[in-house]
Design a protein. Structure first.
Length: 167
């Protein structure tokens, strides 16, 4: 593709771009469920800023533009909750999502002591489910999001290294 997308920890000044990107990316998800009150669409900029400051947040950049983002934090039980993975619609399908996940998993395990990773995704989000399964996540249950969307819960043990190398 003749362009290089770099993955790095998010900085404070990225919050606004992350906020705008997730709003763009989750429109298709909202349409899938006929629910425009899903969390990524109603989250405030201040709340995104707090997450960038406190949580483990990574961005994918193409030049100066933030084109992907993911965040994670370690919860009480030693599992790290990973969420709000998004990649700009025009750059999907190039492995950026998998690279963002890998960066978050590595940091959560190495710097924050996570022993496993947990993801929630909507039950109709086929693309996301395919990606998560491909990189080693397995379905462990279901739950209902605060927004009423039925969610599939997936987990993966830390250090399971089931990545398929993609250039």
């Amino acid at each position: 593709m003749g362009m290089s997308v770099t993955i790095s920890a998010a900085a404070e000044q990225d919050a606004e771009q992350i906020f705008r990107l997730q709003y763009l990316c989750f429109q298709s998800e909202a349409a899938l469920y006929g629910n425009y009150r899903i969390d990524p669409l109603v989250q405030s900029l201040d709340s995104v800023r707090r997450e960038v400051a406190d949580d483990c947040v990574f961005v994918a950049r193409l030049g100066e533009e933030v084109v992907g983002s993911v965040r994670g934090r370690v919860t009480e039980d030693g599992a790290a909750a990973i969420g709000t993975l998004c990649v700009h619609p025009r750059l999907q399908g190039h492995g950026i999502g998998a690279r963002l996940l890998r960066a978050a998993e590595t940091a959560l395990a190495d710097e924050r002591g996570a022993t496993r990773f947990r993801l929630f995704t909507g039950h109709r989000s086929e693309g996301s489910l395919r990606l998560y399964r491909r990189v080693g996540y397995r379905t462990v249950g279901t739950s209902e999001g605060d927004d009423g969307v039925p969610q599939i819960v997936l987990e993966k043990p830390a250090g399971s290294g089931t990545y398929v190398a993609t250039a």
